[in-house]
Design a protein around this ligand. Sequence first.
Ligand code: CMC
Length: 429
Amino acid sequence: MPTNTLSITDNRTGKSYELPVTDGTIKAADLRQIKTGDDDFGLMTYDPGFTNTASCRSAITFIDGDAGILRYRGYPIEQLAEQSTFLETAYLLLRGELPSKAELERWVHDITHHTIIHENVRKFLDGFRYDAHPMGVFVSTVAALSTFYPEAKRIDDEGSRQSQIFRLIAKSPTVAAFAYRHMIGMPYAYPDNELSYTGNFLNMMFRATEVRYKPDPVLERALDVLFILHADHEQNCSTSAMRGVGSAHSDPYSAMAAAAAALYGPLHGGANEEVLRMLREIGTAQAIPAFIKRVKTHEVRLMGFGHRVYKNYDPRAKIIKQTADEVFEVTGRNPLIDIARELERIALEDDYFVERKLYPNVDFYSGIIYEAMRFFPVEMFPVLFAIGRTPGWLAQWHELLLDKDQRIARPRQIYTGAGERRYVPITAR
Ligand code: CMC
């Protein structure tokens, strides 16, 4: 008997089946032949939250959650964070290989020359309430961009796909910075294409009256590293949203707005904002044990801890922790780091966290750095995550469109509602 199969005996019928196993996986559709009779739909799997279901084959990002390993296209995240740039990493994610010098120059040029947004987008931004959350503005504005580029609907046209990829990577920081300036009531600062991708983002965020904004090189590099760390993370909630909407052949702006909306949630990219609020609420190291008690009784969650995939230290959190010290040399120490480190120390010694393999994730320290960069308000944290994740979303979307196995995402359900009933007119209820 071949060994790469799975034998199943259905005790309801006594019948046996042999299913092929490929890459440690059986095809869910192969279970459909397992039936109790002709009117039986066939066996399904029940998997809320898709905790054990592979929705695609992907060559982009590899994670070994038990070992705490993250690689983009085979390259360890630690090496990329140390030696690459965000735009080079974006190229790697989207094109599969590191670029040559000429390829990188062309790529950077193409992205840099799409940074400006249509003036009507700016006017559209003006319509948001004065204190609109920048992530809400980001989600809506990315969706609105689809109306400016109607050719983006031609998702089968590689030329069009590449144009939208340049635009989305280039315009994400512009939309993000404009959303921030709107929130604080500052005039919009237009892109400066002489600066790096990240330097220009800092320029659009923080330029005041100076003619030319000069980003601090340490902060510029730190933010670039943070973008690299966030660039992709295989089939997480927002990427699944990107792929789910993309599978309906919607244009990439609409799909990315859906992805960003998913990222907005406090259990996903909104967690870094929640971490900061939590650290401020704790306030002092003395208050940590009482807070941990509340976590253990499930009254509150320790935000920035735990991960669906990592059952070990999130490798991104390790790099961020190191970056924090470099940033603090320029900005001065953020006192919240002491509370965070003490919280981590106490949590990692506590059985509750040890048994559940709960470690700091990427969001635990990122907010502290953003805040130390003295200007980023907490509302901007998920937006920063979205800028970093943009190439990953696009790489996954592009891969989905070229994957012959993919069809429109359409899970099944187990119906638990009422059987057929007769409609009762309102006068008789
Ligand atoms: N604080 C306290 N308990 C926790 C936490 C936490 N942060 N995370 C998980 N648990 C407990 C949970 O209560 C459960 O315990 P029990 O078995 O007693 O009911 C157990 O650990 C398993 O948790 P789960 O909710 O089933 O795990 P999940 O894989 O469904 O959730 C998670 C993963 C990230 C949503 C969750 O760990 C969490 O809510 N963390 C806090 C929010 C956060 O930091 N999110 C950012 C994730 S990393 C960035 C990203 O990619 O989005």
